[in-house]
Design a protein around this ligand. Structure first.
Ligand code: ATP
Ligand code: MG
Length: 878
C-alpha cells in the first residue's frame, strides 16, 4: 500500500468512528513562548487540555507535521544513524476531549492495526503503566484488561512499564496520565526464534519499535508536584506515520518506504553514491533525505533559516545535512536545493504549501548551502594555520577552546575538525571542547531559566474578553495571577475578566499602560498571549488584588502603533498592486516607532517602484478610508471577500477581516478609524533578508515628519556650507569635479617634485661596500612623494639602498628601499633596517624586504635615524 493511501485509510477509519478530520497545525509555533516547534499531535489542542478553550468537536483525528530537534524531544543525533527516528515526521492521531476513554482507544487501535491493516497479532506488544508509589498512581489495570481482550493469546504480550516510558506529562506541571504503547516486531523468523520479542521492547532495537502511543490524560500536576484528578478525561494518541508505512510496506527501515525513496534516488544520482552499498554513504543519504524535509517544511511555514531562535535551529539542521554530504559523499557544491522539486512531488498532495512555494524554498536552501560551504572553506583554512602553528611548537594536541571557538563563531563542525586533525596525525583535546560546550550551555540555561508558579485563582470566570477594539480604558477584575521568576527577578502575570490591552500577536507588539484602584497605580509593562490567555505583565502585585481596577492603555503608544499597523496593510496592498500578486507577507513587526514588513519578491525594488508604492499608500491615506471590520466569519468567507490566508498561520474557526478601501486582510490587530489620521507614510529602507524575501521599513505620522525634517535640515546645512543659493545638486557636482581636477594636478606636481628631489638626492649618494647609498631628509608632507622616489630608483637601479625621511607637522615618516637584486643576492632587508632606525622617531614600522616604511611622533629624530642607517650599513654589509 502506498503511503498516500495509508494516510487516507487512517482518516477514513476514524471518520467511521465519529471523528472529525482536522488539518495539521503549522510545524513552526508562533504564539507559545514555551515551544518553538510542534513536537506532537497534541500541541495544537493544548488549550483544550488546559481548560482555556472548549473543543468544537469532541472526537478529532489528523496527521500532524512534527519536528523533534530541541527541548524535551530531541532526536537530532539519532537521525540518519538509525532507521526510524526523524527530525520531521508525521504523527497520526485520534483524540477524545472528555468523550471516549481507554476502552475505545485500545479497541480501535487494535481494530485498525490487526483487522484493517492485517498486522499479525503475534508481532504486536502492548505496554501499560505499572504504577508509581511516589505519585500514588496505581497500576493501569483498566488498560491491561482491555488489551487482554484484544489478544487471542495475551500471555507475554502485555508488558508493564515505568514512569519513564509509560507516564506522559505535558510539562513540569499540567495535564498528564498513564500511557499505553503499541510495539511491533518486524524481525525475520530466524531471529525471532532466538530472542523473544518481548525482551526487546523499549530496548532500542531497530526492528522492535514503538509505533503508537495511547495517552490517557486523567490528572493535572500542580507546581508542588501533587497530582489531582481532572474533571474530564481525554485521550491523546500519536502514531509515527513513517514507521507505520515501513511495517505495512514490509520494509526494515523507514527510508525504504516510498516516502523517502524518490528523494534518496535523486541524491544518489546527483552524488553518484547509491544507497545500500556502503554504511558511510547510507548514513549521509538518510540524513540528507530527512533534513531536507525538516528544512523545506519550515520554510513553507514561514520560518527562514536565521541566526537566532527557531531560525537558528533550522539553519543548524540544514548545515548538518550539508556537512554529511561534504564529509561522507564528497559533495563540495550546493546540491540540496535541487531536491526540493522531487520532495514537492512526493508530498505536495497532502501538503500543497510545498508545491506552491517550491521555487522559493529551493532558492533559500541554495543560498544557505552556498554560505555554509564558504564557512567550511574558511574553517579549513583556519585549521590549516592552527596545524602549522602546532607543528612549529612540536605539539600534536589542538586545545578544546580553539575547536569550540571555530564551532561557536563559524559553525564549523567539531567532527570535521577531528577528522582533519587525524589526517595530520594530531588530535583534539575533546574533553576541553566538551567543557567549553558545557559551560556555554550552563550559561544559556541560566539566562533562560524561568520558574513559573501556579495560578492563584480569585474568580472562576474563564477566558478574557478583549474590549480593546472599542476602548482603551475599562473596569476590570483580576481573575487569576501568578509569580514568574526569570534569572532570579520576579514579575507577575495578571489575567482579567476582560481587557482593553492588546496582547502581542500578528507582529503587533503588546500594549503597555497601568491599572488603577483608589490611589494605587500598577504599571503594566507588556501584554502577551499564552495560548489563548491574555496575560498582563507587572513588576508588582496590587495590595488588594480582589478589588475592581480601571485598566488604562497608554493611548499615545496605542495610536502610534495603530498608525503603523494600518500603514502595513496599505503597504502590502500597494506592493501587490505595483509588483504583482506573487507578493506575499513573510513577516511583520508593528511598534509605535516604525513598521517592518517582509514579503516575497525576487529582485531589489527600483527607485521608481519604491516611490510608486509610497505614492499609492499616501493616496490611500488622503482618500481617508474608514476602517471596516467584520468578525466571526469563516475562513472561506473571508477569502471570498479578498483576504489572503498565510501558510504557517493558525486560524481559528472564525476570523476577523479588516478593510481599508481595497485593502482586505485577515487581522486581529488594532487600527486607526480612518486612514487620514495617519497623515503621512515614509518608506525609509528596502533590502533583502533572504533569497526571494525583501524587507521594507517605514515610519508614519509624526515619526515620518521627524524623519523628513532631519533630511531637509541636512540639505539646508550643506547648502549653507556651499553658500549655494540656486541648484544644490549642481553646486555639489561642481565641487566634486573641482576636487578631482585638484587631485590630478597635485599628483602631477608630486611626480615632478619627486623627480627634482631624486636628482638632488642622487647628487649626495655615497658608496658603501660597493653599494650606492642614498639618504636625506625631504621637504614634503606627503608620504606618496617618498614612495614615488623609491619606485623611480627601484626601477632604474639594481644596486641602491635608499633611506629617506620627511616631516609632516608633528609626525615623521621614514622609508627604506633596497634594490631587488641586493635583497636576493646579498640578503639585505628593508624591514631589518627600518626596525633599527624607527625608534629614533618614536615609531614602529614594517613592510617587505625591498620596501619598508615607518611613521612616528618625533620629527626631531629624523636626522639621527638617517645617520644610524648609514652606520648600520657600514656594519652589516659584507
Ligand atoms: P521513541 O522511544 O521511539 O523515540 P517516543 O516515545 O519518543 O518514541 P512518542 O513521543 O510517544 O514517541 O510519539 C508517538 C509516536 O511517534 C511514536 O510511537 C513513534 O511512532 C513516533 N515517533 C516518535 N518520535 C519519532 C521520530 N523522531 N521520528 C519518527 N517517528 C517518531
Ligand atoms: Mg523519542
Amino acid at each position: 500500500m502506498k503511503a498516500q493511501e495509508l494516510r487516507q485509510l487512517f482518516f477514513e477509519f476514524f471518520e467511521s468512528k465519529g471523528h472529525h478530520i482536522v488539518p495539521s497545525a503549522p510545524m513552526v509555533v508562533k504564539n507559545d513562548p514555551t515551544l518553538m516547534f510542534t513536537n506532537a499531535g497534541m500541541n495544537q489542542f493544548k488549550d483544550i487540555f488546559l481548560g482555556n478553550q472548549q473543543p468544537v468537536n469532541k472526537r478529532v483525528a489528523n496527521s500532524q507535521k512534527c519536528l523533534r530537534v530541541s527541548g524535551k524531544h530531541n532526536d537530532l543525533e539519532e537521525v540518519g544513524h538509525d532507521t526510524y527516528h526523524h527530525t520531521m515526521f508525521e504523527m497520526l492521531g485520534n483524540w477524545s476531549f472528555g468523550d471516549y476513554f481507554k476502552k475505545e482507544a485500545i479497541e480501535w487501535g487494535w481494530e485498525l492495526l490487526v483487522r484493517r491493516l492485517g498486522i499479525p497479532e503475534d508481532r504486536l506488544y502492548a505496554t501499560i503503566f505499572k504504577g508509581n508509589k511516589e505519585d500514588s498512581v496505581p497500576r493501569d489495570d483498566e488498560a491491561f484488561a482491555y488489551w487482554e481482550k484484544c489478544f487471542s493469546k495475551p500471555e507475554g504480550r502485555i508488558i508493564e512499564g515505568s514512569k519513564k516510558d509509560n507516564f506522559w506529562e505535558m510539562g513540569e506541571t499540567g495535564p498528564c496520565g498513564p500511557c499505553s504503547e503499541i510495539h511491533v516486531d518486524i524481525r525475520d523468523e530466524e531471529e525471532r526464534e532466538k530472542i523473544p520479542g518481548k525482551d526487546l521492547v523499549n530496548k532500542g532495537h531497530p526492528h522492535v519499535i514503538e509505533i503508537w502511543n495511547l495517552v490517557f490524560i486523567q490528572y493535572n500536576r500542580r507546581s508542588d508536584g501533587v497530582l489531582e484528578q481532572l474533571p474530564s478525561k481525554h485521550v491523546d494518541t500519536g502514531m509515527g506515520f513513517e514507521r507505520l508505512c515501513m511495517v505495512i510496506q514490509g520494509k526494515k527501515s523507514n527510508y525504504d518506504t516510498d516516502i523517502f525513496q524518490s528523494v534518496i534516488k535523486e541524491i544518489s544520482s546527483i552524488t553518484g553514491k547509491p544507497y545500500g552499498k556502503n554504511e558511510k554513504w547510507d548514513i549521509a543519504l538518510r540524513v540528507i533525505a530527512d533534513h531536507l524535509r525538516a528544512v523545506a517544511f519550515s520554510i513553507a511555514d514561514g520560518q527562514l533559516p536565521s541566526n537566532n531562535k527557531a531560525g537558528y535551529v533550522i539553519r543548524r539542521i540544514l548545515r548538518r545535512a550539508v556537512r554529511y554530504g561534504y564529509n561522507n559523499l564528497d559533495v563540495e557544491e550546493p546540491f540540496m536545493h535541487k531536491l526540493v522539486s522531487v520532495l514537492a512531488h512526493t508530498m505536495g498532495n497532502q501538503y500543497p504549501e510545498l508545491q506552491s512555494d517550491n521555487v522559493q524554498i529551493s532558492k533559500i536552501i541554495f543560498e544557505e548551502e552556498t554560505a555554509f560551504l564558504k564557512t567550511l572553506g574558511k574553517g579549513l583554512k583556519m585549521i590549516g594555520i592552527v596545524i602549522t602553528d602546532l607543528r612549529k611548537e612540536r605539539k600534536n594536541i589542538m586545545p578544546g577552546k580553539v575547536a569550540f571557538e571555530m564551532y561557536d563563531t563559524f559553525g564549523f563542525p567539531v567532527d570535521l575538525t577531528q577528522l582533519i586533525l587525524k589526517e595530520n596525525n594530531m588530535h583534539l583535546d575533546y574533553q576541553g571542547f566538551e567543557d567549553e560546550m558545557k559551560s556555554q550551555k550552563k550559561r544559556s540555561r541560566e539566562d533562560a531559566s524561568v520558574e513559573t508558579a501556579d495560578w492563584t485563582v480569585l474568580n472562576d470566570l474563564e477566558g478574557t474578553e478583549f474590549t480593546g477594539y472599542e476602548k482603551t480604558e475599562d473596569t476590570v477584575i483580576i481573575t487569576k495571577y501568578r509569580t514568574v521568576k526569570v534569572k532570579g527577578k520576579e514579575s507577575y502575570h495578571l489575567v482579567f475578566n476582560k481587557t482593553p490591552f492588546y496582547a502581542e500577536s500578528g507582529g503587533q507588539i503588546g500594549d503597555t499602560g497601568k491599572i488603577i484602584s483608589g490611589t494605587e497605580k500598577i504599571e503594566i509593562y507588556d501584554t502577551i498571549k499564552e495560548n489563548n490567555l491574555i496575560i498582563h505583565l507587572a513588576k508588582r502585585l496590587p495590595s488588594e488584588p480582589s478589588l475592581d481596577f480601571m485598566a488604562v492603555v497608554d493611548p499615545e503608544k496605542r495610536l502610534l502603533t495603530a498608525n503603523n499597523h494600518t500603514a502595513t496593510h496599505m503597504i502590502h496592498f500597494a506592493l501587490r498592486s505595483v509588483l504583482g500578486k506573487h507578493v506575499e507577507q513573510k513577516g511583520s513587526l508593528v511598534t509605535p516607532d516604525r513598521l517592518r514588513f517582509d514579503f516575497s519578491h525576487f529582485s531589489k525594488l527600483s527607485k521608481k517602484e519604491l516611490s510608486k508604492v509610497e505614492d499609492l499608500v499616501n493616496i490611500m491615506v488622503r482618500e481617508n478610508h474608514f476602517c471596516k471590520t467584520t468578525s466571526g466569519v469563516s475562513l472561506d468567507k473571508a477569502q471570498s471577500m479578498g483576504a489572503m490566508a498565510l501558510f504557517g498561520e493558525k486560524y481559528g474557526k472564525t476570523v476577523r477581516v479588516v478593510e481599508f478601501g481595497k485593502s482586505v486582510e485577515l487581522c486581529g490587530g488594532t487600527h486607526v478609524n480612518a486612514t487620514g489620521s495617519i497623515g503621512f507614510v515614509k518608506i525609509v529602507s528596502e533590502g533583502a533578508i533572504a533569497a526571494g524575501v525583501r524587507r521594507i521599513e517605514a515610519v508614519t505620522a509624526s515619526k515620518a515628519e521627524v524623519y523628513i525634517n532631519e533630511r531637509l535640515n541636512t540639505i539646508d546645512e550643506i547648502a549653507s556650507l556651499l553658500k549655494s543659493t540656486g541648484n544644490l545638486t549642481e553646486s555639489v557636482e561642481k565641487l566634486i569635479s573641482e576636487n578631482s581636477l585638484l587631485k590630478k594636478s597635485i599628483e602631477k606636481f608630486q611626480a615632478q617634485s619627486a623627480t627634482i628631489m631624486l636628482k638632488e638626492l642622487e647628487g649626495k649618494a655615497v658608496i658603501i661596500n660597493n653599494i650606492r647609498f642614498i639618504s636625506g631628509k625631504l621637504e614634503t608632507d606627503s608620504g606618496d612623494v617618498l614612495k614615488n622616489i623609491a619606485s623611480l630608483i627601484r626601477n632604474s637601479s639594481d644596486n641602491t639602498i635608499l633611506v629617506i625621511g620627511s616631516k609632516n607637522g608633528e609626525k615623521a615618516n621614514l622609508l627604506v628601499m633596497v634594490s631587488d637584486k641586493l635583497v636576493k643576492e646579498r640578503n639585505i632587508s628593508a624591514v631589518t633596517i627600518i626596525k633599527e632606525i624607527a625608534g629614533e622617531i618614536n615609531g614602529g614600522g614594517g613592510g617587505q624586504p625591498f620596501l619598508a616604511t615607518a611613521g612616528g611622533k618625533n620629527p626631531a629624530g629624523l636626522e639621527r635615524a638617517l645617520s644610524k642607517a648609514a652606520s648600520l650599513l657600514q656594519k652589516i654589509l659584507p
